[in-house]
Write a protein that binds this ligand. Structure first.
Ligand SMILES: [Zn+2]
Ligand SMILES: [Zn+2]
Length: 303
C-alpha cells in the first residue's frame, strides 16, 4: 500500500505545505482523505493520477479540508471521467456535495454519490474496510481507520511434505484452496498453511484534540497519521482551537501501540518543523514529519 502526502499544512497553505489531503493507493485504486484547495495540482506534482480516485473521505467542513472538491471534480469532468465518484463525510456532506456539483455553469458528466456517515460506522469495500470515528474538534469531525482484509495464511511446503505430499499438482491444488487425498487420507488447505495474516491498518486523525475514541480505534495500527498543529509551548492555544500538539499526538500513538507515526496539519508558523518531530520522539521514537509529496510504502508485517 502506498501513501502519498499531498498536503501537510493546516489552516493556511505555505509555499512548502499545501492544505490537507492524503492519498492511499490500494491496488489500482486511490482513496483520498480530505481535499484541501489545490489538491488537484498537488496530484499533478506527484506520481499519482487524480483520475484513479474512487472514494473521498472528508474529515470535517473547515475550508482547509474540503475546498479542493469543486476544482478537482470539474477537472475530472474536463478530462472525461465516466466512472462514479463516491464522497463520504460527517452529516452535512450530502448538502455540501450538492452545492459543489452545482457551482457556476458546471454539470458533471459522471455520477457523484455523497453519503453521510455516523460515528462508529464501518464501510466494507472490496479488500478493505473504512471505519469512521467521531473525534474532538470544534465542529463535528471524524477520524478514519482503513483496514485491509485479512489474507489467508501462507502455504507451508515443509508441512505438506511431512503429510506425505510431493511437489507438483497436489501442492498446487492445496495452494488454490482445494482439498486433496493422499493414500486415501484427506488433506485440507488449512492443514498446510500458516495462520491468517492481518491486513495493513492505517488511522488518520483529521483535526482533533487528543481523543480516546480515536486512540482506541487506531489500536495496533501500522501507521497513524495524526495532526500536530502546534508544539507543546502553545498547548493552551491548541486546546482553544481543537488541535493537538506534537507531544499529544505522540502520546496517542504510544497508547494505540502503533508501529509508526507521521505528523501532519503543521501550522504555517513552522518554517522548520523539526521542533515538532523532536518533542514527539521523546514520547514515540518512531515519529516523522509528513512533507508535501512525500511517499511511503507500507509492507505487511512479518509473521
Ligand atoms: Zn484544519
Ligand atoms: Zn478544523
Amino acid at each position: 500500500m502506498r501513501i502519498i502526502f499531498l498536503g501537510t499544512g493546516g489552516g493556511l497553505p505555505t509555499p512548502k505545505r499545501n492544505l490537507p489531503a492524503t492519498a492511499l493507493q490500494i491496488g489500482s485504486e486511490i482513496v483520498l482523505f480530505d481535499c484541501g484547495e489545490g489538491t488537484q495540482r498537488q496530484f499533478m506534482s506527484s506520481n499519482a493520477s487524480f483520475m484513479k480516485v474512487q472514494k473521498i473521505f472528508i474529515t470535517h467542513f473547515h475550508g482547509d479540508h474540503f475546498l479542493g472538491l469543486p476544482g478537482l471534480i470539474q477537472s475530472m469532468n474536463f478530462i472525461g471521467r465516466k466512472k462514479k465518484l463516491e464522497i463520504y463525510g460527517p452529516p452535512g456532506i450530502v448538502e455540501i456535495v450538492d452545492r459543489v456539483v452545482n457551482l457556476g455553469y458546471f454539470s458533471p458528466g459522471f455520477e457523484i454519490s455523497a453519503m453521510e456517515l455516523k460515528s462508529g460506522e464501518s464501510l466494507h469495500f472490496d479488500g478493505y474496510d473504512v471505519f469512521a470515528v467521531a473525534v474532538d474538534h470544534l465542529v463535528p469531525a471524524f477520524g478514519y481507520v482503513l483496514k485491509e482484509a485479512t489474507r489467508p495464511g501462507r502455504f507451508l511446503p515443509e508441512k505438506a511434505k511431512m503429510l506425505g505430499l510431493k511437489e507438483g499438482p497436489l501442492f498446487r491444488a492445496l495452494q488454490k484452496g482445494r482439498n486433496v487425498k493422499v493414500d486415501g487420507k484427506l488433506i485440507t488447505p488449512e492443514m498446510v498453511t500458516g495462520p491468517p495474516r492481518p491486513g495493513i491498518k492505517i488511522a488518520i486523525s483529521g483535526d482533533t484534540r487528543p481523543c480516546d475514541r480515536f486512540a482506541k480505534a487506531a489500536e495496533n495500527s501500522d501507521l497513524i497519521i495524526h495532526e500536530a498543529t502546534l508544539d507543546s509551548s502553545l498547548r493552551e492555544q491548541a486546546t482553544d482551537y481543537g488541535h493537538s500538539t506534537a507531544m499529544e499526538a505522540a502520546m496517542i500513538a504510544l497508547r494505540a501501540r502503533a508501529s509508526t507515526l507521521y505528523l501532519n496539519h503543521i501550522s504555517n508558523r513552522y518554517e522548520d518543523a523539526s521542533i515538532l518531530e523532536n518533542e514527539a520522539r521523546m514520547v514515540f521514537p518512531n515519529t516523522f514529519i509528513a512533507e508535501d509529496l512525500m511517499e511511503i510504502t507500507l509492507r505487511h508485517r512479518k509473521e
